[in-house]
Ligand binder design. Structure first.
Ligand SMILES: NC(=O)c1ccc[n+]([C@@H]2O[C@H](COP(=O)([O-])OP(=O)(O)OC[C@H]3O[C@@H](n4cnc5c(N)ncnc54)[C@H](OP(=O)(O)O)[C@@H]3O)[C@@H](O)[C@H]2O)c1
Length: 324
């Protein structure tokens, strides 16, 4: 078993591939368009019924996975949510498929489907794990220049399987994607520090209900766009990025520490100013006892009973003055 290699991606003179998409939601439908543009045949199956959409778009829809597998697709492309993938794959009747079938996936995490495929698929099935690093929003004007990560986990060298795997990958190459061959482990390490952080910041910003204003800066426009694009993905997807990437927890902690460090920097400077004002006020009072010091910053002590160290001095009672 070995790599079929991107060098072997030749012109698409071969018979079109029959590609069965399992999980035909938002992303499944989006990826199907590119596959069709490259002249391949798309079959689909999903938990929900997408018959009408498929009829309108030249795709054969199967309510039942048995019937889909009886069509003997060359590639079974898993496009289900990360969270449901295990149960989806375990529901596929492998015995109905051809011996050299290739299983591929588009999950936004990679070690999890790789290990799952290796664990449950018959040994003769090929495995190629991919992550198109774009979606219906970022890829709406075409896929040119957008990164496509892939790892040929188990492909029989010099076989028809290797040729079909190359043909499958060439779909994305011909659409203009920037092809990045990378191990699933390495992908997950990079993705936690990039994609997961991006989604997390977008989710945090969405909690603030940011609105457009007449004085938006370019930076603010970027934040609005980020918020919009992250919340247009399902929460299942975001939760999957967290739950199924071992590096995600570390990134959440780093983010939380970074926020604390920034707050600390701000508050320590504020504390310095307050301290200076308190000390200066005390020495000022001592040198000019007759006059009340003019402090613009400190609040009225009556409103700040519980924070007496920050409050202005109260008028002394006649009893206190007598005691002095
Ligand atoms: N959106 C993106 O930009 C993007 C980019 C790259 C990769 N991906 C990957 O593409 C996959 C699909 O993403 P998505 O954006 O379409 O949204 P998603 O919420 O991650 O997945 C939706 C898909 O999962 C299926 N599904 C959900 N729960 C299920 C269950 N309990 N049993 C069976 N099927 C279930 C849905 O089927 P029904 O529709 O039939 O209910 C639908 O096909 C994910 O693995 C994601 O990581 C997404």
């Amino acid at each position: 078993m070995s790599n079929s290699g991107m060098e072997s991606l030749g012109p698409n003179s071969e018979t079109p591939l029959k590609i069965a998409i399992v999980g035909f939601g938002n992303f499944g439908q989006f990826i199907a368009k590119g596959i069709q543009r490259q002249g391949h045949v798309v079959l689909a199956s999903s938990r929900s019924d997408y018959s009408d959409y498929c009829n309108e778009n030249g795709i054969k829809f199967f309510k039942n996975l048995e019937e889909l597998c009886e069509e003997e697709p060359d590639i079974v492309l898993i496009c289900s949510s990360i969270l449901s993938t295990e149960s989806v794959i375990l529901g596929i009747p492998f015995h109905k498929l051809k011996q050299d079938t290739i299983f591929a996936d588009v999950l936004s995490v990679k070690e999890f489907p790789r290990n799952l495929f290796l664990d449950v698929l018959p040994p003769e099935f090929g495995i190629v794990c991919t992550h198109p690093m774009f979606g219906p929003d970022s890829g709406k004007h075409g896929w040119a220049g957008l990164p496509f990560v892939y790892d040929e986990v188990r492909i029989l060298k010099g076989s028809t399987q290797a040729q079909k795997c190359a043909q499958f990958l060439s779909i994305f190459q011909k659409e203009g994607c920037r092809m990045v061959e990378m191990s699933c482990k390495e992908h997950d390490r990079y993705a936690a520090g990039t994609q997961f952080i991006t989604h997390t910041i977008g989710r945090i910003l969405s909690q603030l209900n940011l609105e457009s204003t007449p004085i938006n800066t370019n930076g603010y426009e970027t934040l609005l766009q980020l918020t919009e694009s992250t919340v247009s993905d399902s929460f299942d997807l975001y939760y999957g990025l967290f739950m199924y990437n071992v590096n995600a927890m570390e990134q959440i902690e780093n983010l939380s520490k970074a926020f604390e460090a920034v707050k600390q920097k701000l508050f320590s400077r504020l504390h310095g100013i307050l301290k200076k004002q308190i000390i200066e006020r005390v020495s000022f009072q001592k040198s000019i006892p007759e006059e009340k010091p003019g402090s613009y910053f400190l609040p009225d002590n009556k409103k700040m009973k519980d924070f007496s160290s920050f409050a202005e001095p109260s008028e002394k009672t006649s009893k206190e003055q007598e005691d002095e």
